[in-house]
Design a protein around this ligand. Structure first.
Ligand SMILES: [Zn+2]
Length: 267
């Protein structure tokens, strides 16, 4: 990498960097776009990662920490190189988000290099130890918010939980003999995917072109509706008087059509 020009932007003399030029060289990211989540409250980078990740980000893997831990205590564990473990993010019971491995790097979380090279991994604190390893409402809501943010920034259109490795919402349990993420969090996976997808859909932008197509379709449907029973005698009378031909009775009338009908009716 050229230190003077880390993005490798080649400019002609006197050429100015525009948002378009920049986007071309930053893979669509603008100047203010962060490569990591803006939801992060605490950062402690772990030495346990493979930099950079080998694949693009297309999956999310949600783990539980098998304990009640703050984002700081999760960070302290991953700070030890002897531990040989890490995650991209952690979420605690105060709804705080920790970052331990930047998104562009592969965290060592799910006992699968194939998965973790493609996934953002999240360690979620439990709210109690043992049993079905429950996770609190605050941590669950923040995890969903984090997943929405990860999908939006990485162009993941949908989270698909299939209960196996075919989906892009995966579990540690699929790759190793572990209960992680525990029965409770595992049971919430369809709900998590549903909430994330609902938010991603709401955010879809309709272009003018798409709107025009939808509007044309709506107008067509209105035009093809038959006349209402109550209006049938008047439509027939107007047709007899030459005011209208009676077509498209439930379609919208333009001002010119209204003018023509008014003038015909007073002739
Ligand atoms: Zn795990």
């Amino acid at each position: 990498m050229d230190k003077k020009n880390p993005l490798g932007i080649k400019l002609k003399a006197n050429e100015i960097v525009t948002p378009e030029t920049l986007a071309e060289f930053t893979n669509g990211r603008g100047l203010n776009d962060s490569e990591n989540s803006p939801l992060v409250n605490f950062t402690r980078i772990s030495p346990n990662s493979t930099n950079p990740r080998r694949n693009t980000i297309q999956k999310i893997t949600i783990h539980h920490v098998a304990g009640v831990m703050s984002v700081e205590s999760i960070g302290a564990i991953f700070a030890s190189s002897a531990r040989q473990a890490s995650s991209n993010y952690g979420v605690d019971n105060s709804g705080r988000v920790g970052m331990y491995v930047e998104e562009r790097n592969r965290a060592w979380t799910s006992s699968s290099a194939v998965n973790d090279n493609q996934a953002i991994t999240i360690e979620v604190s439990n709210i109690a130890v043992g049993g079905d390893w429950p996770v609190g409402e605050v941590a669950l809501a923040k995890t969903i918010e984090l997943c929405i943010d990860i999908c939006k920034r990485n162009g993941i259109a949908e989270l698909n939980y299939t209960g196996n490795t075919n989906g892009n919402l995966t579990l540690h349990r699929f790759f190793a003999p572990t209960v992680c993420p525990g029965p409770y969090l595992e049971s919430r996976m369809p709900y998590i995917a549903e909430q994330v997808n609902k938010a991603l859909k709401e955010d879809e932008i309709v272009t003018q072109e798409q709107f025009n197509i939808m509007m044309d379709e709506w107008l067509r449907i209105q035009r093809e509706k038959p006349a209402s029973d109550w209006a049938a005698p008047e439509i027939e009378a107007a047709r007899a008087l030459g005011i209208t031909d009676g077509s498209n009775p439930q379609g919208l009338a333009t001002r010119e059509q209204v003018i023509a009908m008014v003038v015909r009716s007073i002739k």
